[in-house]
Ligand binder design. Sequence first.
Ligand code: HEM
Length: 233
Amino acid sequence: MSNSALLKSSLVKKYWMSATGLFLCLFLAGHLAGNLQLLISPENGARDAFNMYGKFMTTNIFVKVLSIVTYISILFHAIDGIILTIQNRRARPVRYVKETPSASSSWASRNMALLGTVMLVFIVLHMLAFWKRMHFGPIETYIAANGEELKDLYSITVLSFKDADNGLIVCMIYLVAMIAIAFHLMHGFQSAFQSVGIRHPKYTPLIKKVGYGFALLVPLLFAIIPFYIRFML
Ligand code: HEM
């Protein structure tokens, strides 16, 4: 491929990475909002609330379409990221001996592929634990307070963190994954806006601040959930 064709294909890939990355940020915010119901106390109906939410998420047609867009976005984002990393390494195969990182190239920006890989491994394990059980079983059902028959995703989720043998390890895996997500978002959020050409002396500093806020708050709240369930429920 000629240099200009390679550059063009890299730009298209960066564009797609930004679009899918920003969509996945929306997914994360929505997923967090749903999961925060796990912090409701059992006496206040957490089990029914979470399981009704689970039913809605797996049966509502609009949510089903959004879920498919989410799976495709994860795949696209990961594959594009791997190809771009390989292309960048090939374009500069010799690493400088004295490679002093510039102020603008943070640790996160230089390790996006590593952070992305940690997240991808986490997402696969996470979906095998919860999503697969919810969609393909085995999963128990029960009759909720309103008489509806519900799949008990709540108990599966709570047990995975409270399990006497593996629960603490599962909590630690979530913690490590959330730290990786925080660093990935710290660079990725603002970089996505730059890649789609949104660069403005007035708005870029604001986008950076919002990005850092999102990168810290969302993974922090996600990380609290397993430890709250394990130690406070
Ligand atoms: C404490 C943290 C989390 C908990 C307790 C949790 C819980 C769950 C549960 C119970 C499901 C199954 C729901 C269903 O199939 O309807 C699910 C699905 C999923 N989770 Fe999480 N999650 C957490 C964090 C995350 C994070 C940080 C990510 C991404 C980096 C993620 C990505 C996904 C994806 C992609 C699905 C499938 C969604 C779909 O089918 O639409 N989760 N999660």
